[in-house]
Each structure stands twice: as structure tokens, then as C-alpha cells.
Design a protein around this ligand. Structure first.
Ligand SMILES: Nc1ccc(Br)nc1
Length: 470
């Protein structure tokens, strides 16, 4: 504001950047299109969310890894018509290399596991919290980056791997106060789709593009899906049969339609086993079979799943599935079974806000050390150092002040819980004066006074020997 002083003042009030006249930035104050700044309040929420992700990963015995945000373009060359590969944030670098900001983490993970070769001790359970990117046309006005919690298991062919992943997702929701009445997990298997295509003599190379098209059913509708499948050489009656399997509402219906043996029957039996074991894990109420779940990534080969909010207001909260062929596609000498999920940081925030579960995370500091004057600055630093050596969070008032009000004003602003005054008289006696600010607003309200004084007139302040400050 124009009235704000140009420089620091000793009354503890905030100095406003750019005060003393209109701000005339010589740079853009906005981050690049589609990206976000995380100011401290938003960063506290993000750190809170990531801490829950990491704590669940720890409880499920996953190990954290990371990879460069920049990858070779070739890692994502899948030609299955996916949106994710059509919107890559890719470019040619100064060495002429075709590179891209990663649109997802799974290919980087597959590359790392393949690089380990025989040294990869399977099963392997790894987690990461990568920032992932896309380049969308500006008019869509959508974000171009998000953080996506990844959890993956390599080396386990049975649905016990999917069960760990689903249980981890449930554990996260439970930790943040979201219940199975708020959200659910839709589960299906691409094995059924693969069986339908095989039964019509349609080869494996068409499987991924068909899945990508069928995943658009909700968006473009039945006829458009069948038409796009025809465009991929899938006769309309086969396309209609595929779409029909997606509308089935139960495993029994699916079993009845697909018959009791062969690839479809195996996929259905696996799903039945998954739902049965889910009960033992205590997550049965969260899961439901949904034949329409396909997910839009080309490399899924088996069970697929997604988290959804039961109000129907939000987009998918998370999604994942089995991808047993990805390492083979990258050249692995034999098939390495794998499954995993991605859980973005945006939709879950909308969900928490809608459910009133957003955390209140004020900035707090345990001690604010205040030198009485310049002569007390050195002792004040010694006091701060001693408190920090004991593990406390300590802010030091950089501008000495004799005004208790100024000290309180600053301490209030930075969320200080106690103020440590370092003044000559107490220091002569080897002491500092500590004033407890916690709850003083309540005391002030109760007494209608300035606060800082106890109900019995005693102030919540006490002198403490410097040597006893631990
Ligand atoms: N794949 C991807 C990357 C970035 C965002 Br925002 N959404 C999806």
C-alpha cells in the first residue's frame, strides 16, 4: 500500500514489499502458463499431503525412488493414440536431442528397473512423487503440471499385487478422513477385452489402440466408439460386442456372457479372487466391479482400477492397473509382471475441500527471541542457538526493541508461541524472561484486556536461567 514505509520499522509491523508507491514490475509476476507457485500456506498443505502419501508407502514397505523430470522422447513413443502422448511437453535440446518433460513416471521407472537387469530383486515395491507435465493448447486453460503419487510393484503376477495397491489407496483416504461413503474404487480387467478381441481373431497389436478408444466411451458415446473402432479395422458387430461387455454390471453377468472357460474366464476368476481377498483386507466396502473401467493408458494388460467420488462431481481421483508387457516392449529378455497407480495432487484437493477435510496448518514458531537493544544482540543469538540445539524452532527479532508491544506484534504475526526477552536486568542475573503467548487471545477476550496477564493477575511470564534453557 502507498502508506507503507519504504524500509523496516521497529514496531514489529510488516514491511510491505513494494510499499511507498505503486508497484511497477519489470518482470512477469505470474509463473508460466499452466504452472503453480506454492506460497508457504499452499506449500504447508502440499507437504501435509505428501507426508501422508509417504507414510502410507512406508507402512506398505515401499521404497522411494526418483528420476529426472527430463526424459528422452522415445520412452513414450507408443503410437496408440493416447491423449498423454499427444500432449507431451517435448522439445529439441541444444544438442539436437528429442527430449520431453515427463508426462508420467511409469516409463522412467520401467527404464530404471530394466537398467538394474538381474540386480533387480523381485518383487520390488517402489514409490515416487514426481511432478509430471503436459502441453495443452492455452485455450483449454488447464494446468500443465501436477504432482502424482506413484506406487508400483514389479515381479508379482498374481492379484495380490493389485490388492496391496488398492489397500494403500484406502489407507491414504482413511488417514485424511475420507470414507468409503465419500469415494469408491471401480475395478475391472482388460483381460476380458483382450478375450473378446481374440475370440474375433483380432491381433494383439490392435489391443492397445482399441483400449484407448473404448476408454473414451463416457466422453464420446457408443456410436462414436464403434465408428472409431471401425476406423481401426474392428468390424462394427465386434465393436458393438466390445461396448456391450462394458455395460455389464456384475461379474456373474460377465461370466454368463463370456462362458466358463478360456482367457475371459481366467480374468473373471482373478477379479473374483481379488474381491474375495479384499474382504480379508477390510477394504471390500471400497471396491466395486465396473466393466466400463478401461483407463486410457495403452500399456495396461490386466486388472485396471480408478478412484471416484460418489457424488459424481469430480474427475477420477487416482487410477492404475497391471502392465505386464512394458518391460518386454523396452527390450527385457523375458516378461516382467508389473502393476501400479498414479494419484494426482489436484482432484484430491477438490475432494478434501468438498468434504470439509482440508487441514488448518498455520505457521508456528516455538520461541521468538527478542534483544532489548543492540548491546543485547549477542546474548540473544546465544539464547537462540541454545534453544535450536535443543531442537526448538526459534525466530529472532532482527531489529532490537524495548517495546514489548512491538515484540508481541511480531511474535503474533509469525505464529510465535513464546517470546524470550533478552534484557540487561535479567541478563545480569544470568536469566532471560519468557512470556507464554499461547492462549493469550482467549485470556484477553475473557478479561477484555490486552491479554498477557493470567486470570489471577499473574502474567504468564517467568525468568529462566540461561544455563537452564534446555
Ligand atoms: N499426464 C499429465 C501431466 C500433467 C497433467 Br496437469 N495432467 C496429466
Amino acid at each position: 500500500p502507498a502508506s507503507a514505509p519504504a524500509g523496516p520499522v521497529a514496531d514489529g509491523s510488516a514491511v510491505v514489499v513494494g510499499g511507498g508507491g505503486g508497484l511497477k514490475p519489470t518482470i512477469s509476476l505470474e509463473p508460466p502458463t499452466g504452472t503453480r507457485d506454492f506460497y508457504p500456506p499452499e506449500m504447508r498443505v502440499r507437504s501435509w499431503l505428501f507426508a501422508h502419501f509417504r507414510e502410507v508407502a512406508r507402512q506398505f514397505a515401499f521404497q522411494e525412488y526418483d528420476a529426472p523430470v527430463l526424459e528422452h522422447d522415445e520412452l513414450y513413443r507408443r503410437k496408440a493414440g493416447e491423449e498423454i502422448t499427444a500432449q507431451m511437453y517435448n522439445f529439441t535440446d541444444k544438442d539436437g536431442h528429442a527430449v520431453t518433460l515427463r508426462p508420467e513416471m511409469t516409463p522412467s521407472l520401467a527404464r530404471m528397473v530394466l537398467a538394474l537387469g538381474g540386480k533387480a530383486l523381485l518383487p520390488l515395491k517402489w514409490t515416487s512423487l514426481p511432478q509430471c507435465w503436459r502441453y495443452e493448447a492455452v485455450q483449454r486453460g488447464r494446468k500443465r503440471e501436477h504432482y502424482q503419487w506413484n506406487m508400483d510393484i514389479f515381479g508379482e503376477r498374481s492379484i495380490c499385487a493389485e490388492l496391496e495397491l488398492l489397500a494403500a489407496i484406502v489407507a491414504f483416504f482413511t488417514r485424511v478422513g475420507i470414507t468409503h461413503e465419500d469415494v469408491g474404487l471401480r475395478v475391472n480387467s482388460r483381460g476380458v477385452l483382450h478375450a473378446v478381441l481374440s475370440s474375433h481373431g483380432i491381433g494383439g497389436e490392435q489391443f492397445a489402440p482399441v483400449c484407448v478408444i473404448v476408454d473414451k466411451l463416457d466422453k464420446i458415446g457408443h456410436d462414436a466408439v464403434v465408428a472409431e473402432l471401425v476406423g481401426k479395422g474392428i468390424p462394427a458387430p465386434v465393436g458393438a460386442a466390445i461396448v456391450r461387455t462394458l455395460s455389464l454390471k456384475s461379474l456373474d453377468e460377465l461370466r454368463a456372457l463370456m462362458g466358463g472357460n478360456g482367457e475371459a474366464a481366467d480374468a473373471i476368476a482373478e477379479l473374483g479372487r481379488l474381491f474375495e481377498l479384499a474382504q480379508a483386507y477390510g477394504i471390500g466396502e471400497w471396491l466395486q466391479f465396473d466393466a466400463s473401467v478401461v483407463r486410457g493408458l495403452a500399456y495396461y494388460t490386466g486388472v485396471v482400477f480408478e478412484g471416484f467420488d460418489r457424488s459424481g462431481e469430480l474427475r477420477a481421483i487416482c487410477g492404475g492397473g497391471r502392465y505386464d508387457r512394458l518391460l518386454s516392449v523396452y527390450g527385457a529378455p523375458s516378461e516382467v509382471p508389473a502393476c501400479g497407480f498414479g494419484f494426482g495432487d489436484c482432484v484430491v484437493m477438490e475432494l478434501l475441500a468438498a468434504k470439509g477435510k482440508m487441514p488448518q496448518l498455520p505457521h508456528t514458531v516455538q520461541f521468538v527471541v527478542v534483544p532489548f537493544d543492540e548491546a543485547m544482540r549477542a546474548p540473544a543469538l546465544a539464547v537462540a542457538a541454545r534453544l535450536r540445539s535443543a531442537g526448538y524452532s526459534v525466530d529472532t527479532l532482527l531489529e532490537p526493541t524495548k517495546k514489548v508491544k512491538a515484540a508481541f506484534s511480531y511474535a503474533d504475526r509469525v505464529g510465535g508461541q513464546r517470546v524470550v526477552f533478552v534484557a540487561p536486568d535479567e541478563w545480569q542475573r544470568g536469566c532471560v524472561r519468557i512470556k507464554d503467548l499461547r492462549g493469550h487471545e482467549q485470556r484477553a477476550a475473557a478479561e477484555g484486556g490486552e491479554g498477557g496477564e493470567g486470570a489471577d493477575g499473574s502474567s504468564k511470564q517467568f525468568d529462566v536461567p540461561f544455563d537452564g534453557l534446555l
